[in-house]
Design a protein around this ligand. Structure first.
Ligand code: NAP
Length: 251
């Protein structure tokens, strides 16, 4: 299909990114599946192709300018000009403030903040040319503050400011920019947190669910569904918003 729209999803080898890539492919997008290691993208690409979709695996570290520029150019050459970008790649390096190292701080800020900046900068030129675009960033309820996550909550609060500014700068080109702030989503990231605090994933999930109004933890598909809405043509008057997807109100 010559005019198939192209979406880029970072951190799409697993978790929320993989579910999002599959959902956007089901919505009709050709999907660039980006992650640190190209080989790790194979499962997501195969799942998309098995459903008749089109996908391309690309290895990239989103915090490295040259790699990002090369990756986005490759997507444009091999799939077509990208007009949807989902900045999803992320890491945690949790520690209480008094124990947090420079390395813990720098790594988290680099992947989330520099990653969002570089990926958005490299992709917006295709969107401004097309006079159409949808940029969807991954923040977190941790932006509101979370024990043991001074680095991560700072990065996720920064993503919200970045989102609003990009929405203001690029709006006149038909480009929207919004952020999704998930609560507890069952992925390897939350499994790693359970392991760090020394409880089983089942107990961790039950404790979280007991404090969530809809009485369950989230699944990657809950976030993919929200991305699908924000990536759709019909969402063109929604921009600069932070949507908490957490099973209850947050602010
Ligand atoms: P995940 O399961 O840990 O997956 C993250 C993916 O990002 C991994 O495949 C990882 O690759 C990749 N990645 C890490 N650093 C990268 C880099 N520099 N360049 C490219 N790819 C990189 O995480 P998740 O739970 O799906 O989370 C996805 C996003 O949602 C993150 O931004 C996270 O902060 C946010 N979020 C998650 C939750 C939650 O409860 N799970 C809640 C709020 C927000 P490797 O496997 O090679 O490291």
């Amino acid at each position: 299909m010559a005019d198939q729209r192209v979406a880029i999803v970072t951190g799409a080898a697993r978790g929320i990114g993989a579910a999002t890539a599959k959902r956007l492919a089901a919505d009709g997008f050709a999907v660039a599946v980006l992650d640190l290691d190209e080989a790790n993208c194979a499962d997501t690409v195969k799942a998309i192709e098995a459903e008749g979709g089109k996908a391309l695996a690309v290895g990239v570290n989103v915090s490295e300018r040259e790699a990002v520029e090369a990756a986005v150019e490759r997507v444009a050459n091999e799939l077509g000009a990208p007009t949807v970008l989902v900045n999803n790649a992320g890491i945690t390096k949790d520690n209480m403030l008094f124990k947090m190292t420079d390395g813990d701080w720098d790594a988290v800020i680099a992947v989330h903040l520099k990653g969002h900046f570089l990926m958005t900068q490299a992709t917006q030129k295709y969107m401004t040319q097309a006079k159409y675009g949808r940029i969807i960033n991954l923040s977190s309820t941790s932006a509101l503050g979370n024990r043991g996550q001074a680095n991560y909550s700072t990065a996720k609060a920064g993503v919200q400011g970045f989102t609003k500014t990009v929405a203001i700068e690029l709006g006149k080109y038909g480009i929207t920019c919004n952020a999704i702030a998930p609560g507890f989503i069952e992925t390897e990231m939350t499994a790693a947190t359970a392991a760090r605090v020394g409880i089983s994933m089942e107990d961790f999930k039950n404790a979280a669910a007991s404090m969530i109004p809809v009485a369950r933890v989230g699944q990657p598909e809950d976030i993919a569904h929200t991305v699908s809405f924000l990536a759709s043509e019909g969402s063109g008057f929604v921009s600069g918003q932070i949507i908490y997807v957490a099973g209850g109100p947050k602010d």
